[in-house]
Ligand binder design. Sequence first.
Ligand code: ADP
Ligand code: 5GP
Length: 212
Amino acid sequence: MARRGLLIILSSPSGAGKSTLAKRLRAWDPTIRFSVSATTRKPRDGEVDGQDYHFTDEADFKRMVADNEMLEHAHVFGNFYGSPLGPVQAAIDDGCDVLFDIDWQGAQQIKNSVLGPYVTSIFILPPSINELRRRLETRGQDDDTVIAKRMRKSWDEISRWSEYDFVLVNDDLDETDRKLKTIVEAVRMARVQQPDLQNHARALQAEFEEQE
Ligand code: ADP
Ligand code: 5GP
């Protein structure tokens, strides 16, 4: 019996490091499928359509929502973002875990959906607000106005930390990366995630009886 895939949700204020951590997690275990969100935001330099995001327009985004093609969706920083349902369903049916880089609104919607029992949610906090600003600036992907907008939104985002199953303070990147992998390894060992154990336990009992 194959196990059902888990839904691993990473959220944080913008710049705290969730994309960096998500990339490391996928490199560590390539069987983890990344949920490529659809967004009406314009691509940043280096972002690849279909890989980082499905870049789309507002009309198409609204059509997908109306046709129930989104597992969740939200309006963030003036743009629409959403997680297409089809690839998520396919991944968990194949027994693959799915990684989401989404905000608290999306995390809440997935937790309240029929897939809620399969969710593990992880919140990434920055070590300080000055460091958060420094990371946004050194990332070099946004102009000053967008950075100011992201910083203003951080207060809201940070206030959601207690709604998550796990919380990591991303000070040292290697250390946070290690802790994140530990969480994934642990949740995969939950009893409900190991349906084959039932057969193993039965086989152990049979072996025991044979020896009596
Ligand atoms: P998010 O996806 O949360 O918006 P990113 O992963 O893009 O954040 O990280 C923002 C910037 O901070 C990037 O330039 C990244 O390399 C850097 N960064 C991430 N984690 C750390 C860390 N622990 N220490 C220092 N810099 C970091
Ligand atoms: P960015 O524009 O920096 O890529 O993302 C901005 C914010 O939108 C981040 O907090 C990111 O996690 C969130 N986000 C990205 N994709 C989705 C999505 O599909 N759904 C929701 N709810 N949030 C998303």
